[in-house]
Design a binder for this molecule. Structure first.
Ligand code: SAH
Ligand code: SF4
Length: 438
C-alpha cells in the first residue's frame, strides 16, 4: 500500500511541477513514505533522516539550494512530534490520510524560515476524492487501493491506530481508476486493503457491494486480464469470494491469507477471533473451488506467552497447508498495542530460533512449489527487463517471478513460457513458440 500511496503522492505533486527522480541526490524535495508495522521498519526512518540531513546541509552550504524534506506514512502518523523533535531539519510531516494536502503544505513552507508543518489528522474529507484523476502510467501490473484502515484490533498491530477506521471506496471510484489504469497499459490489478476482503463499497444501485461483486464488475473491463487482491482476513472470507475463485477466470489462482499462528491459544490471545480449524476449512473450500490455488500467508513467532508447544502447532499447521510463499516475522512490540505491555514477552534468542526453524520449513515449501511447476506451460505477464542481458521478467498466475530470454517489446504482453528450472525465489522459463505472444 505504501507503493500505491507513493504513486498517489507523486500524482498530487505533479501539478506543482514535481517529477520523480531516481534518487535523493539533486532532488528539490525528498519524501520518506514510512512503515510503522514493526520496530525495525520505523527505526530505519531515523537513520535515513540522519543521512538526508547531511545531504540537505551540503546542498545549502555548497549550492545555496534548499532541499525540502517530508516524512509521510504511518511513522509520521504515530510519531509526528517525535520526528520534529529528533529531526528538526524535517519540513513536513504528513499522515496516510492527509497526503492529498501536500501541495498546500508545500506552498506554506517558507524556505527562509525554520517553520515546520505536522498534519496527522484523520480528516472528515476522503483523500481519494481529492487526489488528481490524472496519473502517470503504472506499468503492466498495478496496485489499486479499494479499502483502507482496520477495526479488528489484533493485540499486536498498530494498523488501526495509524491508518484509522475501516473505509471502503465507492464502486464507481474504483472502476473509474481501474479504467484509467487499463487505458495507460495496465493488464493486471491487485486490489489493496489492510482487510481487502472486508470491502463493502457503495454502488450506484444504492446497494453495498462486497469484494466478490466488485471483482466481477472489474472483470468486465476490456483489457484487464488479471485480478488479485491483498490482504485478506480469514473472518471475511465469505462464500461469494470463494466462489469468485471458481467463476472468474481473471482472478489469479494465488491467495495471501495470513493466520499468524497455528496455536488456538495464541490466536485467541492475538484477538484473531477464529481457530485454526476455521482457517483450514476455508482453504479446503478454496481448493475445491480452484484446485490449483497457491496459498501464501503471514506468521508471527514469539508473540507474548508463546510456548514451545504453541510454536510446534504453527509448524504443524504450515506442514498441513503447504504454502507457495509466506512472510514470517519475530513479534515486535508496538507502542500503544495491548500485547506490548504483556509481561510474558518471549526472549529475543528464542524468537530468533523459532523464526529460523519456521523459515526453513517455509523455504522448503516454496522451493517444492516452484519445483512442481517445472515442465509446465504458463502464461507470464511480462513486466520489466531482467537482470541479465536479454532477459525479461514477469509473473506467473501463481505470483512466481519468472525470468526468460526475450525482448523489451514484450513488456505488457502475456506470453506463454515453459518453466525449465526452479529456484528458491524465482523460476526460469523458455518462451513457448508453439503458442507465441498474446
Ligand atoms: N490485515 C492483515 C495484516 C496486515 S499487517 C491481517 O490481518 O492478516 C502485515 C503483517 O505484518 C501481519 O500479517 C503480521 O504478520 C505482521 N505484523 C503486524 N504487526 C506485527 C508485530 N507487532 N510484530 C511482528 N509482525 C507484525
Ligand atoms: Fe492489523 Fe490485520 Fe489485525 Fe487489522 S486485522 S489489526 S491490520 S493484523
Amino acid at each position: 500500500m505504501n507503493v500505491y500511496d507513493s504513486d498517489r503522492i507523486t500524482d498530487a505533486l505533479a501539478p506543482l511541477g514535481y517529477q520523480t527522480t531516481d534518487g535523493p541526490e539533486g532532488a528539490d524535495m525528498v519524501i520518506l513514505n514510512t512503515c510503522h508495522i514493526r520496530e525495525k521498519a520505523s527505526e530505519k526512518v531515523f537513520s535515513e533522516l540522519g543521512r538526508l540531513r547531511m545531504m540537505k546541509e551540503k546542498a545549502r552550504d555548497q549550492q545555496g539550494r534548499n532541499v525540502m524534506i517530508a516524512v509521510a506514512g504511518c511513522v509520521a502518523q504515530a510519531e509526528g512530534e517525535e520526528i520534529t523533535r529528533r529531526a528538526p531539519w524535517v519540513d513536513i510531516v504528513v499522515g496516510p490520510q492527509t497526503y492529498h494536502r501536500l501541495p498546500e503544505l508545500v506552498a506554506k513552507i517558507d524556505p527562509g524560515t525554520r517553520s515546520r508543518i505536522v498534519d496527522t489528522e484523520f480528516p472528515e474529507e476522503v483523500k481519494f476524492d481529492l487526489l488528481p484523476g490524472e496519473h502517470a502510467p503504472r506499468g503492466p501490473a498495478a496496485f489499486l487501493s479499494v479499502q483502507e484502515g482496520c477495526d479488528k484490533f489484533c493485540a499486536f498491530c498498530v494498523v488501526p491506530y495509524t491508518r484509522g477506521a475501516e473505509f471502503s471506496r465507492p464502486v464507481s471510484a474504483v472502476v473509474a481508476e481501474a479504467r484509467r489504469l487499463v487505458a495507460t497499459g495496465t493488464r493486471e490489478l491487485t486490489l489493496l486493503g489492510q482487510n481487502v476482503n472486508a470491502y463493502h463499497g457503495e454502488a450506484s444501485d444504492g446497494k453495498t457491494w462486497n469484494l466478490a461483486r466488485l471483482l466481477a464488475e472489474l472483470a468486465e473491463i476490456e483489457g484487464l486480464d488479471r485480478l488479485r487482491y491483498t490482504t485478506s482476513h480469514p473472518l471475511d472470507m465469505d462464500d461469494d469470494l470463494i466462489n469468485a475463485h471458481r467463476n472468474l477466470p481473471q482472478l489469479m489462482p494465488y491467495l495471501h491469507l495470513p493466520i499468524q499462528s497455528g496455536s488456538n491459544h495464541i490466536l485467541a490471545a492475538m484477538n484473531r477471533r477464529h481457530e485454526t480449524s476455521a482457517y483450514l476449512a476455508i482453504i479446503d473450500r478454496l481448493r475445491s473451488a480452484r484446485p490449483d490455488i497457491a496459498m501464501s500467508g503471514d506468521f508471527i513467532v514469539g508473540f507474548p506467552g508463546e510456548s514451545d508447544r504453541d510454536f510446534a502447532d504453527t509448524l504443524a499447521l504450515v506442514d498441513k497447508v503447504g504454502y507457495a510463499s509466506a512472510y514470517s516475522f519475530k513479534y515486535s512490540p508496538r507502542p500503544g498495542t495491548p500485547a506490548a505491555s504483556d509481561d510474558r514477552q518471549v526472549p529475543e534468542d528464542v524468537k530468533a530460533d523459532r523464526l529460523e526453524a519456521l523459515q526453513q520449513l517455509l523455504n522448503a515449501q516454496q522451493f517444492a512449489f516452484n519445483k512442481a511447476t517445472e515442465g509446465h506451460r504458463m502464461d507470464i505477464l511480462v513486466e520489466r527487463p531482467g537482470r541479465r542481458e536479454g532477459q525479461m521478467a514477469g509473473r506467473s498466475p501463481y505470483m512466481q517471478a519468472v525470468n526468460f530470454q526475450g525482448n523489451e517489446d514484450q513488456i505488457g504482453d502475456i506470453v506463454s513460457c515453459v518453466i525449465t528450472q526452479a529456484k528458491q525465489k524465482s523460476v526460469s522459463g523458455e518462451l513457448d513458440n508453439l503458442k507465441g505472444a498474446a
